[in-house]
Design a protein around this ligand. Structure first.
Ligand code: PXP
Length: 246
């Protein structure tokens, strides 16, 4: 082994789906702000929220409320649109994770094509960087996407773990190797690698064991599990599994 000491793996909790449940009835309950406070109380390292074009979960007014509710850094997931850049510049979250967004998709199904969209992304990243917002690109674990992130000057990439989460049999090992290799390639080039999407108690540990990863962002499973055991217990259990894997 290289003797590389892995950084402490941070856990960012995506609270979007608390807002999804709230929005199902159009009222105020359950409030994602309360979820953020519980995540903070239980030792989570960050809050992630995705303001979608259709506002299907987090809404505009939630952003400032979530920021005010805790001292945790907000990782603001956003499409690379003028509307979202303006919102990010207004709220100045700790980080902005640029994700692809298709209106009909149920969730963020694939990674951002950073390689194919250089000219569209470059000014967006520059404006966010200039405002002191830490830019992250949500990309597939592929060399060409990491190379594009390097050219674009992104300080962070978040590797999409969806393919890994959906893999079966021998494909699991293949996907895990892609994540491991791409985390190493990013780190070697001075980019901090994060990972997320589709992670659960059952599949988180091999990802948490990848030495260069600095952060995992986990949402849907934790909020679903919280229905049964409470958010506090769900986050605690995920944290324990992550720690045990390192
Ligand atoms: N990271 C990013 C960039 C995401 O867009 C999402 C949710 O879509 C997540 C992490 C969390 O994924 P999940 O909800 O499947 O845990």
């Amino acid at each position: 082994m290289s003797g590389h000491t892995p950084p402490r793996l941070r856990l960012g909790v995506n609270i979007d789906h608390v807002a999804t449940i709230r929005n199902a009835r159009g009222g105020e309950h359950p409030d994602p702000v309360r979820a953020a406070q519980i995540v903070a109380a239980v030792g989570g390292d960050g809050i992630t929220a995705h303001l979608r074009e259709d506002r299907r979960h987090i809404r505009d007014e939630d952003i400032a409320r979530i920021q005010a509710a805790t001292n945790l850094p907000l990782n603001f997931e956003m499409a690379a649109t003028e509307e979202m850049v303006e919102i990010a510049l207004r709220h100045r979250p700790h980080a902005a994770c640029i994700v692809p967004e298709r209106r009909e998709e149920r969730t963020t199904e694939g990674g951002l094509d950073a390689a194919g969209q250089h000219n569209r992304l470059a000014p967006v990243i520059a404006r966010l960087n200039d405002a002191g917002i830490r830019v992250s690109l949500f990309i597939a674990p592929e060399p060409r996407q990491i190379e594009a992130a390097i050219r674009l000057g992104a300080p962070v990439v978040e590797l999409h773990t969806g393919e890994y989460a959906h893999a079966a049999g021998e494909q699991v090992t293949v996907e895990l190797k892609r994540l491991t290799d791409m985390a190493a390639l990013a780190a070697k080039n001075g980019i901090e690698p994060h990972a997320g999407h589709g992670l659960t108690y059952d599949n988180v540990q091999p990802v948490a064991a990848i030495p260069h990863l600095a952060e995992l962002n986990i949402g849907h499973f934790l909020i679903g599990e919280a229905v049964f055991v409470g958010l506090e217990s769900a986050v605690r259990r995920m944290r324990e599994l992550m720690d045990a894997a390192r």
